[in-house]
Design a protein. Structure first.
Ligand SMILES: *Cc1c(COP(=O)(O)O)cnc(C)c1O
Length: 386
């Protein structure tokens, strides 16, 4: 089976992790700050907080922004559940904004309409999570302008987008957001096995997230309520968690970071090749915004079902039978039973549902060979044209 995504682990990665195993610190040593610095420098953000997953990063990002019971968090329905769940962790309510049919990202026009309505009802969101689906950045400038008008905070869920650019600048520099989150799960662009990071340019948010990832404990006297009792002393001044990244993960991250730009460039080569090889097939190819350089975590096609005798599900199943590890990103979150119970109906977000009925994620990963890619296209051609 050709997987839809997979990690690339080199001997240098393995050596970096083994070095940590033989060092004094398996956790809370020098590698986590080194990894944070490498990512912050690369993307151009002032502060970076490494944590044990992007889900944890989203959680502490929401808490740092003050999301609490009575507040609303809005996001796209076409995302992984974690982009929405972080709101529920904070006791806030979650709502969704339908996607743009071309970019598949949260639609700024739909957002503007929903905000105008929410203002009348007194239910404006405190936080909007903008998800860069497939690595393609959202229209951040438009979302940022709306945030000024309506006073909400912005988290970029850039789990798919490290190494990508928006208006020629690296995603993660938080130019149009309060906090940006990356994921380092093995299917993503670079990996630390499990892992995530929150980036910000706001010192106060960085301090809050640093506290929250480690029990709410500080060792800085300036943050304590009174002078230290002695050299052993620390204070818990907030309710935090253990969301720390290990030194092994961070060492892997530092090593992987050196290949980030190369990885994204290879993904662009593969995407261009897919575009060319499939331009006569009854599928809609992914649209790329001319002012952005996608991280290209995923390559998603939409079937032109009116030109096919097969159903979406049949095409999917036949491709799997032919050894092509296709996938679907994502089942719209508002249709998940846990969210359905909160009163969402499938057709509340019709563009998301239309997307779900036609979409297939084709395999794409940095070490994919041209031969593997040819096999994917041949299988798709066989299924769609016979
Ligand atoms: C993978 C992913 C997450 C969660 O990442 P983890 O590191 O696995 O917690 C969140 N949002 C999106 C859009 C993702 O793709």
């Amino acid at each position: 089976m050709i997987p839809y995504g997979r990690q690339d682990i080199t001997q240098a990665d393995i050596d970096a992790v083994v070095d940590v195993l033989q060092s004094d610190f398996l956790t809370q040593g020098p590698m986590v700050p080194r990894f944070e610095e490498a990512v912050a420098l690369h993307v151009g953000a002032q502060y970076a907080l490494a944590v044990n997953s992007a889900t944890s990063a989203l959680h502490i990002a929401c808490l740092a922004l003050g999301l609490a019971p009575g507040d609303y968090l809005w996001t796209s329905p076409v995302t992984f559940v974690a982009s929405a769940n972080c709101g529920l962790y904070c006791g806030a309510q979650v709502d969704f904004v339908d996607i743009d049919p071309r970019s598949y990202n949260l639609c700024p026009d739909a957002l503007a309409r929903k905000l105008a309505q929410a203002e009348e009802n007194g239910k404006l969101p405190k936080v909007v999570v903008a998800v860069h689906l497939c690595g393609q950045p959202c229209d951040m400038q438009a979302i940022h302008e709306l945030s000024i008008r309506y006073g909400f905070k912005i988290i970029e869920d850039a789990s798919h987008a490290i190494g990508g650019r928006y208006q020629k600048q690296y995603i993660g520099n938080c130019r149009f957001s309060d906090i940006t989150v990356f994921s380092f799960h093995p299917v993503k662009i670079i990996t630390t096995a499990e892992g995530g990071m929150a980036l910000t340019n706001d010192e106060h948010l960085a301090e809050r997230m640093a506290l929250l990832r480690s029990h709410g404990i500080t060792r800085e006297t300036s943050k304590m309520t009174h002078e230290a009792d002695g050299p052993w002393y620390y204070q818990q001044i907030d309710l935090g968690f253990n969301y720390r990244m290990t030194e092994l993960q961070a060492a892997l991250g530092v090593s992987q970071m050196q290949r980030l730009d190369h990885y994204v460039a290879r993904r662009h080569e593969l995407a261009r090749r897919y575009d060319l090889l499939m331009d006569d097939l009854p599928v809609k190819l992914p649209w790329q915004h001319p002012d952005s350089y996608s991280g290209l975590h995923l390559y998603v096609i939409r079937l032109q079902l009116d030109k096919l005798k097969l159903t979406h599900r049949q095409v999917f199943e036949l491709l799997r039978e032919l050894g092509i590890g296709v996938n679907l990103h994502y089942i719209p979150v508002h249709t998940q039973p846990y969210y359905e119970c909160k009163g969402f109906k499938a057709d509340d977000f019709p563009e998301a549902i239309a997307y779900y009925r036609e979409s297939i994620t084709l395999p794409m990963f940095q070490t994919m060979t041209d031969d593997q890619q040819d096999a994917v296209v041949a299988a798709l051609r066989k299924v769609l044209c016979s």
